[in-house]
Design a protein around this ligand. Structure first.
Ligand SMILES: [Fe+2]
Length: 263
């Protein structure tokens, strides 16, 4: 059974499930798709203001409903945080939910644009003990144009989450090609559904894993699945080359074969 690190299953908080019935329908579909745990990641920032207490309360309500209906899905709190000037202040004030209470925080670019000072933000998050994960980098036209910029950010501690639907081709061939390129070059660390509903933007994790196994490598699927587990367990994911004590230039040459170390 899979864990999904990114979805919009909580009712009425963002552009995902509009109400509890829609959340339950999404949960049933997730279980049918082989998912046993999800991190609920409502948007925070921009048009949405969903501070941690509201998210945690919504998770508890939904979990109670799922348990009462016998739907075997565990829901963990999280956020998809839009990068803004207030992000570090919100983190310090306890307004943000990391993924399942771990050290990992899911970020999204504002309108797909890479903001000035992104590298500094990654550094500041690292100082706070937070490991940032960038959601759907394949969607950013800036990253599509200059994917080599990812190397510096990944060396600075950023992990990347590619969307399952991008891998399966649900968002078109161009985005599919770029998503597969990120996976093929070991720039991606996770796949996640980013599910919003049960139709247009549904759970496609199993299909995406099957596609990666067929087109790239079954081992890569094992890495993605393991990395998602490590996030849920709050264990560290670091490049194997770093663990071997190589310098950053050598790491970039060898980069990044992910392994787990006790955190
Ligand atoms: Fe999302």
């Amino acid at each position: 059974m899979d864990i999904d690190l990114h979805c919009h299953i909580l009712p009425g908080l963002d552009d995902g499930a509009p109400d509890l019935a829609a959340s339950v329908a999404m949960a049933q579909q997730a279980v049918g798709a082989g998912i046993s745990r999800v991190v609920a990641t409502p948007h925070h920032g921009g048009a949405y203001n969903n501070e941690a207490p509201a998210v945690i309360g919504a998770v508890q309500c939904l979990q109670h409903e799922l348990d009462s209906r016998g739907i075997p899905l565990a829901v963990l709190p999280g956020h998809e945080v839009r990068i803004s000037d207030s992000l570090l202040g919100d983190l310090e004030a306890g307004k943000l939910c990391t993924l399942g209470g771990s050290r990992y925080l899911l970020l999204e670019l504002p309108s797909g644009r890479v903001p000035a000072g992104f590298g500094e933000l990654l550094h500041e998050l690292g100082v706070c003990g937070i490991v940032p994960i960038l959601a759907h980098p394949e969607r950013s036209s800036e990253i599509q144009r200059e994917p080599e910029r990812l190397r510096e950010w990944i060396a600075g501690g950023l992990l990347l989450q590619v969307t399952a639907g991008a891998v399966t081709g649900a968002f078109g061939r161009r985005m599919q090609a770029f998503a597969l390129r990120l996976c093929r070059t070991n720039a991606a660390h996770f796949l996640a559904s980013d599910a919003h509903d049960v139709s247009a933007r549904k759970w496609q994790l199993a299909e995406a894993y099957a596609s990666i196994a067929r087109k790239l490598s079954p081992d890569l699927v094992g890495t993605f699945r393991a990395n998602a587990e490590y996030v849920a367990m709050n264990e560290a994911i670091i490049p194997e080359a770093v663990a071997r004590g190589l310098s950053i230039p050598r790491v970039l040459d060898a980069w990044p074969f992910n392994i787990r170390v006790k955190g």
